[in-house]
Design a protein around this ligand. Structure first.
Ligand SMILES: Cc1ncc(COP(=O)(O)O)c(C=O)c1O
Length: 486
């Protein structure tokens, strides 16, 4: 077994208690300077022994989240300069052809090696997912609907049961779409390809966040499109003002669509405020360009209500929303969806031309998970888990990385984006880290213009194990060594 693999034995009670407290600190319910419950209170409230409560508090101290004050107890530590967020980005004004293939392949190859710490791809730990329940539901679906295995699939837009459940899920979130508008896809990636196919031809330009998910860049590259990077804030996401300016510039004239993740973007974890989402929808409509919304992380808020999708503000059908179950319920199922808006009819036909259909058995089983409330129950746990993991990784980075490292503070999802101090080249760092058994995503992977040389993204989706902690410590040492050598 790899040292990065999680087993329940790796999470004793004190660790779980520390995670709970970590979450309260991470989401601001326990603020800097505030006193934590005493050992006696913790052990009474949580029904654990005093030894367990002490171990949990000490573990938070080791992670740098709290400090012990003599005779007074434990207090949340003030966030130091290390935890500051990176600044608003300043991408170039011209559209670029894209080329991120090689680097992406190297990172994905490293992700397949069990001896390398899996901090590179944004892949959640398999241990988060309700495997037994999925097994049962899939087995019973096969029993109840054997015809789905042996009928040549006429459902190229997807099974009505899943289309209905997905539309219902969004309606409950204030985003009303007709079931007819929904097309089930092979993951979010196929949905994104369909959306771009519907509105852009080779040579056209797509406006994107900078930095953005490298998958966007890859699709843009493979379709012969160009990318126009738009300034993006680490907390508030794509700058609508910057997009507005870009659209009236020379480079903006060939923009056919804006591709954006308004909720918990990758790699920054940023979320656009509601008013900005509304403005974005209106701006795209006004300029006659399509808005393609990647919603794949949107159900993963760490706290409070789920933020609205930009699609919720769409009155004209100009927004296409793309998403999947990859980050939430069943990464291996490769089931996603697109709401095609005014392009829905065209997208249905394109889906048929592109891949015929999506495997029906899995669609039916996932529809059942939604229908029976299994999805929501699972999500309650998953959100808490991801939130604790993000807080924990950020705390470890503050502890092990050099002073001056800036870290994003995402309110959802499970990636963090780091700006390293000095002139550290994360491409060179990547080569050294792989040799040392640590994977991460170097910053230039997220830019069409090779920006973000001193940035990197960390996957916080893995469960905490001593191996993960050692990997972070080692990466911090490598960064410090690079800094000293510069
Ligand atoms: C923003 C974003 N969109 C889409 C995907 C891929 O989704 P899927 O695996 O469902 O194709 C990812 C995966 O990392 C992602 O980060």
């Amino acid at each position: 077994m790899s040292e990065f693999e999680y087993t329940s034995a790796a999470a004793p009670i004190y660790t779980r208690l520390a995670d709970e407290l970590c979450l309260l600190i991470g989401n601001g319910q326990l603020r800097p300077g505030e006193r934590l419950p005493s050992v006696r209170r913790l052990s009474r409230q949580k029904k654990v022994s005093a030894t367990t409560a002490i171990a949990a508090l000490r573990s938070l101290e080791t992670r740098g989240l709290v400090e012990a004050r003599p005779q007074s107890g434990y207090f949340v530590r003030a966030r130091g300069a290390q935890s500051e967020e990176p600044a608003m980005t300043r991408p170039p004004a011209a559209a670029k052809t894209v080329g991120v293939d090689n680097l992406m392949v190297r990172m994905i190859d490293a992700a397949l090696n069990p001896d390398i710490a899996p901090l590179g791809t944004a892949a959640p730990d398999p241990a988060w997912f309700p495997v037994r329940r999925l097994q049962r539901i899939i087995a019973s679906t096969v029993r109840r609907h054997p015809e789905l295995l042996v009928t040549c699939c006429p459902y190229y837009a997807g099974l009505d049961t899943l289309r209905h459940q997905v539309a219902r899920h969004y309606a409950a979130l204030g985003c009303v779409v007709a079931q007819d508008e929904v097309v089930i896809t092979n993951g979010c990636t196929e949905a994104l390809n369909l959306a771009l196919n519907a509105v852009a031809a080779p040579g056209d330009t797509i406006a994107i966040e900078s930095p953005c998910y490298y998958g966007f860049l890859q699709i843009i590259e493979k379709r012969g499109l160009k990318a126009l990077e738009i300034a993006t804030h680490p907390r508030d996401g794509l700058s609508v003002d910057a997009l507005q300016n870009a659209l009236v510039s020379r480079a903006g004239r060939s923009v056919k669509a804006c591709l954006v993740s308004p909720n918990f973007s990758n790699p920054m974890g940023a979320t656009m405020p509601e008013g900005e989402k509304r403005r974005l929808v209106a701006l795209c409509e006004q300029h006659g360009i399509a808005l393609i919304e990647d919603d794949v992380y949107a159900d993963l808020q760490h706290n409070g209500p789920r933020p609205l999708s930009a699609k919720a503000f769409d009155r004209s059908g100009n927004v296409m929303l793309c998403s999947s179950f990859t980050k939430t319920l069943a990464p291996g199922a490769r089931v996603g969806w697109i709401f095609g808006g005014r392009y829905a009819e065209d997208i249905r036909l394109r889906k048929f031309a592109l891949s015929g259909a999506t495997p029906a058995i899995l669609q039916e089983a996932l529809a059942e998970m939604l229908r029976t409330g299994g999805y929501e129950r699972h999500m309650l746990k998953l959100r808490r888990g991801y939130a604790a993991q993000v807080a924990r990784m950020a705390a470890a980075v503050s502890e092990y990385f050099p002073a001056g490292t800036r870290i994003t503070q995402p309110a959802g999802g499970f990636v963090i984006w780091l700006e390293l101090p000095g002139k550290i080249d994360t491409l060179a760092l990547f080569e050294k880290a792989i040799v040392e058994g640590v994977n991460f995503a170097p910053g230039p992977l997220f830019s069409a213009s090779g920006r973000y040389g001193n940035y990197l993204r960390l996957n916080c989706g893995r469960m905490w194990t001593p191996g993960i902690e050692r990997a972070l410590m080692r990466l911090g040492q490598l960064v410090k060594a690079e800094l000293a050598a510069a």
